[in-house]
Design a protein around this ligand. Structure first.
Ligand code: ZN
Ligand code: ZN
Length: 140
C-alpha cells in the first residue's frame, strides 16, 4: 500500500515527502477519524496548516474520502488503500467501528444481480449504541 501511495503521488506530480508517508502510515493504523483528531494526533509531524493541506492533497488524489457516520464528518482511507469494510456507529461516544460483513456483501450482490443491476459502490452503515454505551444506558 505504501508503494501504491508513493506511485499515486508521483502520478499527480507531487513529491514523496517524509511527512506525507508518516501521515499515510497514521491513516493505515486508524479507523475513521474526525479532521480535528487527524490534526491533533499529528502535530509532531507538521503544523496544523500543513497537515490540513496534506489532507486536501490526499483527498484530491483519491487516497482519503469523507464519510458522514453517526452525524459526524469523518475521514478515512478509500477502499483502494484499505480493505473494503463497513461501520457500526455509536451515537453516544461517536466511535465508528470497522466491520467486515461478507455474508451481507454476498447477499447484496446476489440481490442486485437477480435484478440485473450492476453495483458500482454501496454503503452499509449501522447507527446505534456500542456495547459499552448500551451497558451504561440509564434504565427508565
Ligand atoms: Zn459508544
Ligand atoms: Zn461492502
Amino acid at each position: 500500500m505504501m508503494n501504491k501511495f508513493k506511485a499515486v503521488l508521483k502520478e499527480h506530480g507531487r513529491s514523496v515527502t517524509k511527512s506525507r508517508l508518516l501521515l499515510f502510515g497514521y491513516l493505515q493504523e486508524q479507523d475513521a477519524v474526525t479532521v480535528k483528531q487527524f490534526l491533533d494526533d499529528n502535530l509532531a509531524i507538521a503544523d496544523r496548516a500543513s497537515l490540513y493541506r496534506a489532507l486536501q492533497l490526499f483527498k484530491e488524489v483519491g487516497v482519503v474520502e469523507e464519510r458522514f457516520l453517526a452525524g459526524r464528518r469523518l475521514i478515512e482511507l478509500t477502499d483502494l488503500y484499505d480493505a473494503h469494510h463497513h461501520h457500526l456507529c455509536c451515537r453516544r461516544c461517536g466511535t465508528a467501528t470497522a466491520v467486515d460483513m461478507p455474508e451481507v456483501e454476498a447477499a447484496l450482490l446476489a440481490f442486485c444481480k437477480a435484478r440485473g443491476f450492476c453495483v458500482d459502490k454501496h454503503l452499509i452503515e449501522a447507527d446505534g449504541l456500542c456495547a459499552n454505551c448500551s451497558k451504561q444506558r440509564i434504565p427508565h
